[in-house]
Design a protein around this ligand. Structure first.
Ligand code: ADP
Ligand code: MG
Length: 280
């Protein structure tokens, strides 16, 4: 798949209307994940139409676009979360490190550890802070004993910028934390199983500006360790945290490129209309 270029995509007749400007490249560095000609249907209704995008480790990739354009649907394809929606059907090719994630032999539980997800509303387990983080490493057998598990819990909370706030109360319930702390706990929980990719679906939309700033800072700090894909309806946030931006509209990928280009000099009129606030 690495040999595919945007030229191939155009020649195959895909996205003819916007083919001229559409890029699938993740930028420098080999792609961590590739998606080709992805379609998603909910029953008869098509929610994603022929989307091809690569993401890599070097960049935070932002998905933007008006509500209902398919951002969450497409994001969920990347770790097969749409499998949990009975009427959803996904077609096309999606790879992680060159491996087809929809292959029958793919272990979906393992896949979702490698491609973790953080949701709009913080959803800590109704367990202690410690157990929220230890849960994944326990079920995946990542720690050989208590010391190692303690170490994973500490480093995950440190990476998520939460350790200092919770180190003296690890046995308190995760649900007793503030919203922003809960969201960092959920990021720490994703980090604890040593993922390769972290998907975030509007992770700050339920948070106040200070908690939002902390999450954005955290994204900067962990960037490069993981491939990060973030859905956001907040264009300033996309501009602040990402290096690559994909603009979706009505289930199609309109434009994908370097974030500063998308925001200062978009190729497509629909992108321009959106970023200048004409709709959305
Ligand atoms: P976004 O995240 O950009 O707001 P979504 O991916 O949530 O968009 O939705 C894209 C389209 O798919 C919308 O028309 C939405 O109504 C539809 N959709 C999303 N989830 C489901 C579902 N579980 N069942 C049926 N339709 C859905
Ligand atoms: Mg959404």
């Amino acid at each position: 798949m690495d040999d595919m270029t945007s030229g191939d995509i155009q020649e195959s007749g895909v996205s003819s209307a916007e083919g001229a400007s559409q890029s699938i490249s993740a930028g420098d560095g080999p792609p961590k994940m590739t998606t080709r000609n992805v379609n998603v249907f909910y029953g008869e209704k098509q929610a994603i139409d022929n989307v091809s995008i690569d993401v890599n480790m070097d960049n935070v990739t932002a998905f933007i676009g008006p509500s209902g354009c398919g951002k969450s649907t497409f994001l969920r394809c990347l770790n097969r979360m749409n499998d949990t929606i009975p009427i959803a059907k996904v077609t096309g090719d999606i790879t992680l490190e060159g491996e087809d994630i929809y292959a029958p032999q793919m272990d979906v539980v393992q896949l979702r550890a490698r491609v973790g997800m953080v949701f709009q509303k913080p959803n800590p387990f109704p367990k202690s802070i410690y157990d929220n983080i230890a849960y994944g490493p326990r079920i995946h057998g990542l720690a050989s004993g208590k010391d190692e598990l303690d170490h994973i819990v500490e480093t995950s909370l440190q990476r998520a910028g939460l350790w200092n706030e919770v180190k003296d109360r690890l046995q308190d319930s995760g649900t007793a934390l503030s919203g922003g702390q809960q969201q960092r706990l959920c990021i720490a929980r994703a980090i604890a199983v040593d993922p390769e990719v972290i998907l975030m679906d509007e992770p700050c939309s339920a948070l106040d500006p200070i908690a939002t700033a902390k999450i954005e800072e955290l994204i900067h700090e962990i960037r490069g360790k993981y491939a990060i894909v973030i859905v956001t309806h907040n264009m300033q946030q996309a501009a602040r945290v990402s290096q690559r931006t994909a603009f979706f509209h009505l289930g199609t990928l309109v434009e994908y490129g370097v974030t500063t280009d998308i925001f200062t000099n978009p190729t497509e009129e629909r992108t321009r209309d959106y970023i200048t606030g004409r709709y959305g």
